[in-house]
Design a protein around this ligand. Structure first.
Ligand SMILES: [Zn+2]
Length: 402
């Protein structure tokens, strides 16, 4: 490991804060926000009041989002409402560059640990200097589904998978994207198989269309913990011709290494053998210039609910249309993070299990904070490559301190 850079200072403070119990991963209340930040933050309820028309279905407007981005202040905001009238919350944190990242937790409501990773990340970003990337974090995209999962605590992590699918949802929440290479049309609102997209995913797609992130991390969790790790989708042009997987893969592997080097659990990346950023169910990435196959069929379910286009496939495919050039965009870099196990610390029986999971949650959040949101393999920058020596980060030598 290289000599420590200034980032070590933040790490030390993070450790002190976490020892003091400040980084407990509860969702931050307004009081916590004002107490822990030394700059003014718009209170969540205040935003809710100003942005929301309580009589109508709520969705944020382009102007509202642009105002938040232009103000360049750390701020929580509401993307919209669910069918059961819950808020879909998001946070914006300004970065030191013009580059933009998006982090999403809880696409599958049953994967409660994924929401905790995002909440720890938010908590950490609130008490440190700006990261390199500007970032919007949606800690739980499907709060209704997460509520269902929490209501049935004994079933969390079981094959019942309560909360993975919405009650009236036509498809798996991660299989509701438009066709690869095609834009999301808000008025149309249908996916690749012409099924109505859930309101939560419509808000996400609208956010992506306005915000234009350079990179996305979608946090999931996986029941089979031997498959846990950090994975990337190969980027392609709008005709599914591969653009080269190397840098996407390198970014995922670097994040995975940070976790492994601190005794975390990322077996799906095979860091001790031939490291890979390929999710075990996905087609093998082909070399640049060749046709990239995609996986359109997820879990086998009645009415084909498990099939469709995933966020990974849709986001990593460029959009180019002569008829709708306004919708054109590059292929986005997208990582899928699979945390080991669905349960939160509180769902484990023994104190040592809880401690172990708490440490893993912090390590996964740290990999996003210290690699994904920092200046590594920046899109469009020097062919997106930095020499290997640039991959350095400092973490406490004693992993128990994390
Ligand atoms: Zn998932």
């Amino acid at each position: 490991m290289k000599p420590c850079k200034p980032i070590l200072l933040f790490q030390v403070w993070m450790v002190i804060f976490s020892i003091a119990g400040i980084t407990q991963n509860k969702f931050l209340t307004e009081t916590n926000i004002t107490r822990t930040l030394n700059r003014p933050v718009v209170a969540l309820s205040q935003i809710a009041d100003t942005l929301m028309n309580k009589d109508e279905e709520f969705t944020f407007s382009k102007d509202q989002l642009e105002n938040i981005l232009n103000e360049r202040k750390a701020v929580p905001f509401i993307l919209g409402k669910t069918n059961e009238n819950r808020n879909i919350e998001a946070w914006f944190f300004p970065g030191t560059s013009i580059k933009k990242a998006l982090v999403i937790g809880g696409v599958h409501g049953s994967e409660l640990s994924s929401i905790e990773v995002a909440e720890i990340l938010i908590s950490n970003l609130m008490r440190r200097e700006k990261p390199y990337y500007n970032v919007i974090i949606i800690p739980g995209l499907f709060p209704d589904n997460a509520y269902t999962a929490k209501e049935n605590q004994k079933e969390i992590g079981s094959t019942a998978n309560l909360g993975r699918y919405g009650i009236s949802s036509p498809a798996d929440p991660n299989r509701q994207m438009p066709s690869p290479g095609k834009p999301f049309y808000e008025e149309y609102g249908k996916d690749h198989f012409e099924r109505e997209i859930d309101p939560e995913n419509k808000l996400l797609l609208k956010l992506i269309a306005i915000y234009h992130p350079d990179r996305i991390a979608s946090i999931h969790a996986i029941r089979n913990i031997s498959k846990a790790g950090i994975f990337a989708d190969p980027r392609t042009d709008n005709n599914s011709i591969a653009l080269g997987f190397e840098t996407d893969s390198m970014l995922a592997i670097e994040m995975s290494r940070l976790i492994r080097n601190n005794n975390g659990h990322v077996p799906g990346n095979f860091l001790n053998g031939r490291p890979t950023a390929l999710y075990y169910k996905d087609p093998v990435p082909v070399e640049k210039g060749k046709f990239q196959k995609r996986n359109f069929s997820g879990t086998i379910l009645p009415q084909n609910r498990g099939s469709g286009v995933s966020l990974g496939t849709w986001a990593s495919t460029a959009i180019s249309s002569e008829t709708d050039p306004a919708y054109n965009r590059k292929a986005m870099r997208i990582l899928t993070i699979e945390f080991p196990g669905y349960k939160r610390p509180v769902d484990y029986k023994t104190a040592s299990q809880q401690k172990h999971i708490r440490k893993l949650l912090k390590l996964y959040a740290s990999s996003i904070e210290n690699i994904f949101l920092e200046k590594y393999l920046v899109e469009g920058y020097q062919d997106e490559r930095l020499p290997a020596s640039e991959f350095s980060y400092c973490l406490p030598d004693n992993p128990d301190m994390l």
